[in-house]
Write a protein that binds this ligand. Structure first.
Ligand code: NOJ
Length: 710
């Protein structure tokens, strides 16, 4: 449909029709209506009236969605179809490694592939849009939703945000097999105070702008169709009614023209925040903030009409919001084909198809991190091995958003090992409490694999914890095994960087498997036995102790920096009981081969503003296995008008280097990379010295420096 036609359509719609387009409900209001509970009953919308709203969340399956859509075509006065949206976060039925694991791949291209596969699979089941990617920066692993983001770094998160949008939407969400993406949760939801979900965000403006906002902006620049408001307050104002955040930053500064949707009942919750007196005020303020869709509150549904009739909300705002929603429907092609890619044939072709199952395995090969290895890995299939711990046999390793997955498809570590390494001498004791007899067997083995960590029920929305440690039962198991066998390989499952100091202490090797998805366990098995050379890196610092949180590598220098980590220094910025540094820092990860870096060389040690210089290193694979190496470029502004982080990631490449071969990797450094909010909040680069580090971790000491001049 042309835009003129859409505008004509808008003009012909009644006030209540327009308001209804701004309402999103879950599927319980449609077809054979399900039992509605609590506040949902007060919505007073059922039967035919429900078929006038703009969008539905959380339903899937072609036949089911077709019957709902047919109800819209029949009952909506202008036959306007609904948009079907759902949380397809890291896969629909085929589940891929959770987003924090994807962050660990240090390969944003992987996320594009995953997004593309997920879009294809879920669109075949009739979905049109996903509430993904979650691009919230997170530096506190007490927050269970750090599992849904790609970690602690603004630059890396931005690259993943763009890739996810490209994966889901392709060049246009209207294309075959593509869906509309939604960047969330705007803004700074990941900075929840003390890691407690839904608590407030207390950030200074500079930190908000420099660290927390870039990933949303990257998604907007990549053309994301929707943005979701966050539950939390920013500057003490709930996001859904925060004019500065929504109008000034999102719409004006970032130039977002797409559909802004609230989070689930977030407009309604502004009352509980104590920021709105009633739902009318909430509706009014959210409209003034250009929030187009009210997800699951009845503020718009039951209160907006009065606000408009009384002139308290400008009718123009309603027209603008409604038009943005109609435009999205039009981009998706729904006026021509309201089912889009949904069909029985497509469901048969794509759901759990071999290609996606294979991708769920190869993805995990890139997301599983080798955190520690004293040489015990890779394991030898000729040696006697035991595997212990209930997580080794658990199917709850896909992630809390695997809501559409069928668990029977999930491969466990136990079944992966049995299938791939049937000839190996492995004793399976996949439980957390073991007998004396089993302990004796364990003591006779050459190596013991111990599965610890958290299953998928321990991370995700509302899953905050005060202690980010393994369970007491798992600690006891690890202790018992360690008392009789020193050759421990710990496999850690979970959606957050746990505090692994105790695990590290008794283990010869530690592997972070995250929540690897449907077939990810195959990848973990292959890394254990060396068929796959690990290449993943830490995307969010692993603390020594929960007390160090929040934690990130790009901290500001203190006026009293700790001289070194060897001991505690009085009157310096340090802890008396634990180190300052994390156990495993950002960017850290091991390989089965060795990469040696040359010194960093620059094309010039002076860079004029507006010009560029090149930084180069040569990397040699001196081991005897081919492998990928995530080469990381960090920059430090030595002296500026405001204090600058000790270093910041500004570039990344992940070349494949064959054993005994060398490769030169170069990065272009430009002025944009050096900009920050100065004393007057101008975004600028200041002249002076900049240090450059290139290496395989955020702690790389391979450095040089240049001067930026006018
Ligand atoms: C609440 C969550 O915060 C959000 O991420 C999700 O997309 C919505 N619920 C819809 O399920």
């Amino acid at each position: 449909m042309t835009d003129e036609k859409l505008i004509e359509l808008l003009k012909s719609m009644s006030l209540s029709e327009k308001i209804s387009q701004l309402v999103q409900l879950h599927g319980g209001y449609f077809g054979e209506a399900r039992q509605l509970t609590g506040p949902e009953q007060q919505f007073n919308i059922s039967g035919k009236r429900a078929y006038s709203i703009g969008s539905i969340l959380g339903e899937c399956g072609f036949e089911h969605l077709k019957s709902i859509q047919d109800g819209f075509i029949e009952n909506q006065p202008h036959h306007i179809p609904a948009i079907f949206m759902a949380d397809v976060i890291h896969g629909f039925r085929t589940i891929f490694p959770v987003p924090i694991a994807q962050g660990a791949s240090f390969n944003p291209g992987l996320t594009q592939k995953i997004g593309s596969a997920a879009a294809r699979e879920c669109s075949s089941a009739g979905l049109h849009a996903t509430f993904s990617p979650m691009v919230d920066l997170a530096r506190d692993s007490r927050w269970g939703r750090c599992m849904e983001g790609t970690g602690e770094d603004p630059w890396l998160n931005s690259r993943f945000a763009e890739s996810a949008v490209k994966g889901f939407q392709g060049d246009s969400c209207g294309e075959s097999g593509k869906i509309a993406a939604c960047a969330k949760h705007f803004a700074a939801y990941g900075s929840a105070l003390a890691g407690r979900d839904y608590s407030s965000s207390e950030l200074c403006e500079r930190t908000l702008m420099e660290d927390y906002l870039p990933s949303y902006e990257a998604a907007v620049k990549a053309g994301v169709e929707l943005v979701m408001t966050a539950f939390n307050t920013v500057d003490r104002i709930p996001c859904s009614i925060n004019k500065k955040v929504m109008r000034k930053i999102l719409r004006e500064k970032m130039g977002f023209e797409g559909v802004l949707i609230s989070d689930y009942n977030a407009i309604g919750e502004t009352l509980a925040h104590g920021a709105c007196a009633d739902k009318s005020e909430a509706a009014r303020r959210a409209m003034n903030c250009t929030v187009d869709i009210d997800m699951m509150s009845d503020c718009y549904l039951n209160h907006l009409e009065d606000e408009i009739n009384s002139g308290r909300v400008d009718a123009k705002l309603l027209d603008e919001a409604c038009l943005r929603i109609l435009r999205l429907k039009n981009k998706l092609g729904l006026f021509e084909n309201p089912y889009k890619d949904g069909s029985i044939e497509n469901e048969k072709e794509y759901i759990y198809c071999d290609e996606f199952l294979k991708l769920s395995r190869t993805a995990a090969e890139e997301t599983t991190i080798l955190l520690k290895n004293n040489g015990i890995l890779p394991l030898d299939t000729n040696k006697r091995i035991a595997i212990v711990g209930s997580l080794a046999a658990s199917r709850k390793i896909t992630g809390s958003w695997a809501i559409f997955a069928q668990e029977e498809h999930t491969v466990t570590l136990e079944s992966a090992l049995k299938e791939l390494y049937a000839d190996a001498d492995i004793t399976y004791i996949c439980k957390d409490v073991i007998t004396a007899e089993e302990l004796l067997k364990i003591s006779q083995c050459d190596a013991v694999i111990v599965a610890v960590g958290e299953d998928q029920s321990r991370s995700g929305e509302g899953k905050s914890v005060a202690e980010t440690v393994i369970s007491e039962e798992q600690s006891a198991l690890l202790g018992l095994v360690a008392s009789c066998n020193k050759n421990i390989v710990s496999i850690v499952f979970g959606g957050r960087p746990l505090c692994l100091s105790d695990v590290d202490e008794v283990s010869s090797a530690v592997i972070e498997a995250w929540l690897p998805g449907t077939c990810g366990a195959y990848a973990v098995a292959d890394i254990l036995f060396g068929r796959v050379n690990p290449s993943a890196r830490v995307p969010m610092s692993f603390p020594y102790s929960t007390g160090q949180l929040p934690l990130c590598y790009s901290e500001l220098p203190s006026g009293r920096p700790k001289p070194n980590e060897e001991r505690y220094y009085p009157f310096m910025s340090n802890y008396m009981d634990v180190p300052n540094k994390p156990l495993y820092p950002f960017g850290h990860g091991l390989s089965y081969t060795r990469f040696e870096y040359s010194d960093v060389s620059l094309s010039s040690d002076v860079m004029k503003k507006g010009e560029t210089i090149t930084a180069e290193v040569t990397i040699k694979n001196t081991g005897d296995m081919d492998g990928f190496e995530p080469v990381q470029l960090y920059i430090h502004d030595v002296k500026a008008s405001v204090s600058r982080p000790v270093r910041q990631l500004k570039g990344l490449q992940k070349p494949f280097i064959k054993a005994d071969e060398s490769l030169t990797v170069s990065f272009t450094i430009d002025e944009e990379m050096l900009k920050f909010y100065d004393e007057d909040m101008d975004f600028t680069a200041e002249t002076g010295e900049f240090e450059v580090f290139i290496g395989g971790t955020s702690e790389a000491m391979n450095r040089t420096s240049f001067w930026l001049e006018d």
